[in-house]
Design a protein around this ligand. Structure first.
Ligand SMILES: CC(C)(COP(=O)(O)OP(=O)(O)OC[C@H]1O[C@@H](n2cnc3c(N)ncnc32)[C@H](O)[C@@H]1OP(=O)(O)O)[C@@H](O)C(=O)NCCC(=O)NCCS
Length: 165
């Protein structure tokens, strides 16, 4: 698994580094997650929750700035959830999301995970990343543990998708 890889940003020709998060990244992750959580696109995360789950996170950085985040959370035997996937607004549609996903998929394979799932308002992106839509009922009950804290529970309007690895 590549812990860190430098990728060319096709639109700007700018280098984006994809790597596992470290403690110094917590504030940057928090700010980006908070930006999209305030817009209702992902679940909010406290700094403390990011601290506790820091080892789940992969980040994209450019010039020392965090421009993308993604958490890979083990959910069940062979199953993991893709969470808190974000790309900074000024970098959207320049391939950063797919680069983070490629790194997270690599990590998941290394861990022996056989299937990823996501609950999302961006099914188009995940379809591009090789995910297919499923019925939410197909997911094991255990994966709903965080949904209880969601303001929309139990009327989830996100799309459930999975990708076999
Ligand atoms: C979803 C998200 C991470 C995608 O990041 P991104 O870096 O813009 O995605 P990419 O540039 O890698 O997109 C790859 C492909 O996915 C598809 N895609 C991405 N965003 C799309 C959109 N808004 N509408 C339609 N297709 C989209 C396109 O096919 C795109 O390729 P193209 O730009 O050549 O057409 C980003 O939109 C984001 O941060 N959204 C807000 C937070 C969020 O909802 N996260 C998902 C949580 S589950």
């Amino acid at each position: 698994m590549a812990n860190s890889m430098y990728e060319q940003n096709e639109s700007g020709g700018v280098l984006v580094n994809i790597r596992k998060a470290v403690l110094a990244d917590i504030e940057g992750i928090y700010n980006l997650v908070d930006y999209y959580a305030e817009r209702g696109l992902i679940l909010p995360r406290s700094r403390h929750s990011i601290f506790e789950t820091l080892r789940d996170f992969t980040i994209a950085e450019q010039d020392g700035q965090i421009v993308g985040t993604c958490a890979l959370t083990l959910a069940w035997d062979g199953l993991a959830e893709v969470r808190a996937l974000t790309v900074a607004p000024q970098h959207l549609r320049s391939g950063v999301g797919l680069k983070i996903m490629a790194s997270v998929i690599d990590e998941a394979k290394q861990l022996g995970i056989s299937k990823l799932f996501v609950l999302t308002y961006h099914p188009e992106f995940f379809a591009t990343a090789g995910f297919s839509e499923i019925s939410k009922e197909e997911l094991p009950h255990k994966v709903w543990r965080d949904c209880i804290n969601c303001s929309k529970f139990p009327n989830c309007d996100e799309t459930a998708m999975t990708r076999q690895l």
